[in-house]
Each structure stands twice: as structure tokens, then as C-alpha cells.
Design a protein around this ligand. Sequence first.
Ligand code: K2U
Ligand code: ZN
Length: 173
Amino acid sequence: MSIKPIVLLPDSVLREKSAPIERFDDDLTRLAADMTETMYDAPGIGLAAIQIGIPRQMLVVDVSKDEDNKTPQVFINPEIVKNSDEMNVYEEGCLSIPEYYAEVERPAAITVNYLDLSGKAQTIEADGLMATCLQHEIDHLNGVLFIDYLSKLKRQMVIKKFTKLAKQNAAVL
Ligand code: K2U
Ligand code: ZN
């Protein structure tokens, strides 16, 4: 297992659409382990493979918040098949857009079909923080970021700020 660098805005990699996973082998298991370790190190409660530069439809989530009882879950080729009419607003952040938070409205409850690490079909009914996190991560697999739900002005401000930061970091290296 190893901790991988997290891709940051404005890297265009974050806008790529991730490909479905078809091979369930040791490499996939290793990728899930690296993603899980990277997520805990950040720290975060979710991570999509694209955030470590790999455009494949895999995400890891752990909303347990219990340091001593970690329950990481792996979702492969996830598909939202049901959304509640009820909506929920949550102040979201993103490991690829560090230290920027904004309120995002999303369906409060969802049903997701996915494959587990052994390739077995699974279904989860999620609400609360799990529903928000899964929607945030599945957005990543489609090249969508939570800032895309903000006003054009706010989104442009955030992109400008992180573009400036990236240029300053490049100048130092
Ligand atoms: O995809 C990511 O960047 C991981 C996010 C997932 C997330 C975003 C918004 C709401 C829920 C989950 C990170 O975990 S951001 C850090 C964080 C931690 C706890 C609650 C909210 C955000
Ligand atoms: Zn994110």
C-alpha cells in the first residue's frame, strides 16, 4: 500500500470521464488499498481514482468517523438508480480543491448499483452524509466537481485562485 499524490484543481485530469472497470485482479485490489490509504492520510471520507490520476470507475468511502473502527467501502462502476425528491444541503469540500468549502444541494437519499472488489453486483440505499459523499464521488467519475454547482462567478473565482497557486508552486519547484 502507498499514499499517492492528489491531483489538484485546475489540473484538467479532474475533468476526464473515468472508464468502467472490467478486470478484477490483484492490480485492482492494490489500487483500492492505495486509494484507501491516501484517503485516510488526507484525511478525507471519500476518494475517487481520478483524484490520484487514474481515470477508472472506482471510489472508496468511509464516513464512519471512528479512528479505531475504520470501515472503508469500495464502489466499482457505481450507478445512481434512484434519487429521493427530498433534497439536502451540505457544506462540501474536496481533496482536489483544498480548504475551499461551499454549500451544495443534492437529493437526500439515493440508491446505487455497483460492483464490489470481487466483481459481485451490490446495491446500497444511502442517506445523510453517505448519500452526499457518494454523489460527490460519482460526480468525480464523470469529471464533475462540486464547484460546478456554484454560480459562474464563484466558480471562476475558485478556479482563478487555484490556477494562481499552481503557477506559484511551479515557479518554486
Ligand atoms: O472527493 C473528495 O474530495 C473527498 C471529499 C468527499 C466529500 C465531500 C463533501 C462531502 C462529503 C464527502 C473529502 O472527504 S473532503 C473532506 C470532508 C470531510 C468530511 C466532511 C466533508 C468533507
Ligand atoms: Zn472531491
